[in-house]
Ligand binder design. Structure first.
Ligand SMILES: Nc1nc2c(ncn2[C@@H]2O[C@H](COP(=O)(O)OP(=O)(O)OP(=O)(O)O)[C@@H](O)[C@H]2O)c(=O)[nH]1
Ligand SMILES: [Mg+2]
Length: 337
């Protein structure tokens, strides 16, 4: 199973200090790591070989080299050289056989960078490239694992994918942290910029992989790529921010209307209910329960939740901050699967 992916880029790969290095999802490779030097010195030979074979470079068509394999501590690493100035490496678990992934790696690289207009100069495109390859690798290995599981050999290695999305600042990343560690602090996270994937071990299920999406507008186009092969979809809204309900509706329906995702159970979370309770306590003596019932109706109306009838759907108010309904959320999640 892939653990990480990185990209090393520079006009002269030997000039380590001038390199640009990108990692996903963890910052494992940096300019100071010995790994970079090892990779580059091995890759250097590869450059010399290809240079002598290909005198002139066709700028539009990226040259993709032969995969090289390294064993480093806890990882099996496979790297591919592109256009003499870019190295893309995947870090697999040390028991993985990198040769199993070789053809697959070359195929997706070719598809992404040579079948589409792709630019290594564009930061967002580079980031997207890493994320896409990472997801494809995960999917590929999960399919292999699933086959083993269905043969009854390794039941507990099942991975359930929970796709968690919603507008910015709804509380998604805070929720995943709450589930994983039990902890919460106000303003603990910067807005999420990449897919944040957290694994939670569950005795019954095996592994729950929470795919926590970035909610800011510029990242929403990545949602669909992340949603593929989900076992359950969780959509989170901030109930204290009613101005955004309409926008929330549009984004929710854009994703669940995709036919690839039809029939997948949907759980809607109305988060930050602590803020609404505060409002109603300080308000005109409104009964909190009545207030919640009204708010729930309002959410169902504005988000047009009644219209969703092609799947199991549930709604829950939560507060990640006060831990309200978080255990119930987890139970409901398992029930819906
Ligand atoms: N009052 C209150 N604040 C919360 C709650 N959950 C999260 N927050 C706060 O809301 C803000 C945003 O939380 P995040 O978890 O980063 O939100 P996100 O949905 O991951 O945001 P993006 O990554 O930008 O999509 C932070 O300041 C949190 O502390 C809650 O239940 N109640
Ligand atoms: Mg986040």
């Amino acid at each position: 199973m892939i653990q990480n992916i990185f990209l090393i880029q520079g006009n002269d790969l030997q000039d380590v200090r001038a390199l640009t290095i990108l990692n996903y999802p963890h910052e494992l490779v940096n300019k100071n790591s010995r790994l970079v030097k090892t990779i580059i010195s091995d890759q250097d030979l590869e450059i010399k070989n290809t240079k002598s074979k290909n005198g002139s470079k066709n700028l539009k068509f990226h040259q993709i080299g032969k995969p090289l394999h390294f064993k480093v501590k806890d990882h099996a690493i496979t790297t591919v050289l592109i256009d003499d100035g870019i190295i893309i490496g995947v870090m697999l678990e040390k028991d993985d056989n990198p040769h199993d992934y070789e053809d697959f790696f070359l195929e997706i690289l070719h598809e992404i960078i040579n079948e589409n207009a792709f630019s290594f100069e564009d930061e967002l495109e580079r980031e997207n490239l890493l994320i896409t390859i990472f997801i494809d690798f995960r999917r590929y290995s999960q399919e292999v694992i699933k086959q083993i599981a269905s043969a009854g050999l390794e039941k507990k290695s099942q991975i359930v994918k929970v796709f968690l999305f919603g507008l910015e600042e709804a509380g998604k990343t805070s929720l995943v942290r709450r589930i994983k560690t039990g902890e919460y602090e106000d303003n603990y996270f910067q807005p999420t910029r990449r897919f944040n994937i957290e694994h939670v071990h569950d005795d019954e299920i095996g592994v729950m992989a929470f795919w926590d999406m970035p909610g800011q507008l510029i990242f929403r186009k990545k949602w669909l790529a992340g949603a593929q092969d989900s076992n359950i979809i969780v959509y989170m809204i901030d109930v204290s921010d009613q101005i955004k309900f309409e926008e929330s509706k549009t984004e929710l329906h854009a994703i669940i209307n995709r036919f690839e995702l039809s029939n997948i159970p949907l759980l809607i979370l109305g988060n930050k209910i602590d803020l609404v309770n505060q409002l109603s306590e300080n308000g005109n003596g409104d009964n909190i329960n009545e207030h919640l019932i009204r708010l729930k109706h309002e959410i169902f109306d504005i988000l047009e939740l009644e219209k969703i009838n092609n799947r199991k759907i549930e709604f829950l108010f939560t507060s990640v901050k006060t831990n309200y309904n978080i255990e119930e959320f987890y139970e409901l999640l398992i029930e819906l699967l």
